[in-house]
Design a protein. Structure first.
Length: 397
């Protein structure tokens, strides 16, 4: 008979459980019998799972016997234990074919049940010589040991089930994240094409209606591109790559980059007044594109949640060995209970209809800050909410 994967796993797990060998040792030393084993007993097989053999019976884990030639087969059918001190003196078993076939005089077979009540097999012992096993003490020992084996079988199954579920969930999670990454990447090209088409319409058309709708299309494409970039960064991070940065000196170009981000957010959020103050006195060594992404997320967040009646104020400075970039807006205060969750993925405050987002912008912002060796800070009062990125200057290797 070819052993199934489950049967092979049961044999391996039982032999790797330290208490099993100790139980079998204790059975032999207590009863004086030379062979003890845990057997998996089914309708058509008696399979050795674990054993202690001091009488050269000749079995090893995984070996099989014809189940119908064993007394364990009868134990399985009756679900009752068998204890024999001396086969030749036992009326029931003195002429039984099993002792004759295998040459034993003393014998024990105790049923092992799984936690759900199903029959697993037997805890058995044999010896070619008689032994005193028909006693309450030996019976109690076998009962206790079979219960312990049942407990460990159940524990092993639960651990294996948990491991299988974890492996399956990890596999499914990786598939989901890979799908997100591939989908986000493939969406970039059509969005770029949409933006180019909108730019072309804005340049060549004299129709105010066409220009108005082209402007809407262009602003929407910026918004979609930002969402996709956040999704891609989240997928990369969850797949173990994290936010990757490429540092280089960018003091001269950083100001132009930040000004360009303000212009882009102006397109996305027409009518919002964004004030930008910059004081870049010291060299800034950073990933300029990532800082631009961080700044864009902060401005978009302020435009989405801030009061439309007040300007958004952004300040960028590099002095005293530190680069800071802050964005503040007027509006409702962020509850203290919500602050600790703001930088978690997919977290969204209770916001008004039409202002919901994916909840990835601030998470990506915090990851970019961390990749630069910096941090994100938030303060919020009834008058103003401010998000601030701080990063030390100098040697950031």
């Amino acid at each position: 008979m070819h052993l199934s994967k489950d049967q092979l796993s049961e044999i391996e797990n039982l032999n790797q459980t330290p208490i099993v060998s100790k139980l079998l040792d204790l059975i032999c030393s207590t009863t004086g019998m030379g062979f003890a084993a845990i057997a998996r007993v089914t309708d058509d097989a008696w399979i050795t799972c674990a054993l202690k053999d001091e009488i050269a019976f000749g079995l090893k884990p995984g070996d099989e016997l014809d189940v119908k030639t064993t007394i364990c087969h009868e134990v399985r059918l009756s679900e009752k234990a068998v204890f024999i001190d001396h086969v030749d003196e036992n009326q029931r078993f003195c002429s039984h074919p099993t002792p004759i076939k295998y040459g034993f005089q003393s014998y024990v077979s105790y049923p092992i049940f799984r936690e759900d009540g199903s029959f697993f097999g037997t805890l058995c012992a044999i010896d070619p010589n008689p032994a005193k096993v028909e006693t309450p003490e030996v019976e109690s020992m076998f009962r206790l040991f079979s219960d312990l084996i049942s407990f460990h079988l159940n524990a092993i199954e639960e651990i294996q089930d948990s491991a299988d579920e974890l492996a399956e969930e990890k596999y499914n999670s990786e598939l989901r994240e890979q799908f997100i990454a591939i989908l986000g990447h493939d969406l970039k090209n059509p969005i770029a094409t949409t933006r180019m088409s909108a730019d072309l319409l804005l340049k060549v058309s004299d129709s105010e209606m066409v220009k108005r709708h082209a402007g809407i299309i262009k602003s929407t494409s910026f918004r979609m591109a930002g969402l996709i970039e956040n999704i891609l960064d989240f997928a990369r991070g969850r797949l173990g790559e994290g936010i990757k940065i490429e540092r280089k000196p960018c003091q001269e170009t950083l100001q132009k980059t930040l000004e360009q981000i303000v212009k882009e957010v102006d397109v996305i959020s027409p009518g919002r007044n964004i004030e930008l103050d910059m004081d870049l006195q010291e060299a800034v060594d950073c990933d300029e594109n990532r800082i631009a992404q961080l700044f864009s997320n902060l401005l978009a967040n302020a435009a989405l949640h801030g009061s439309e009646e007040h300007p958004i104020r952004a300040i960028a400075s590099s002095k005293n060995g530190e680069f800071t970039l802050s964005v503040s807006n007027a509006g409702e205060k962020i509850p203290d209970s919500a602050k600790k969750h703001l930088f978690r993925p997919f977290y969204r405050e209770d916001v008004k209809p039409g202002k919901q987002g994916l909840g990835l912008g601030l998470f990506i912002t915090a990851e970019i800050a961390r990749a630069h060796g910096g941090e994100m800070l938030v303060s919020s009062t009834d008058k103003q909410t401010r998000f601030t990125f701080k990063m030390p200057l100098g040697n950031n290797e």
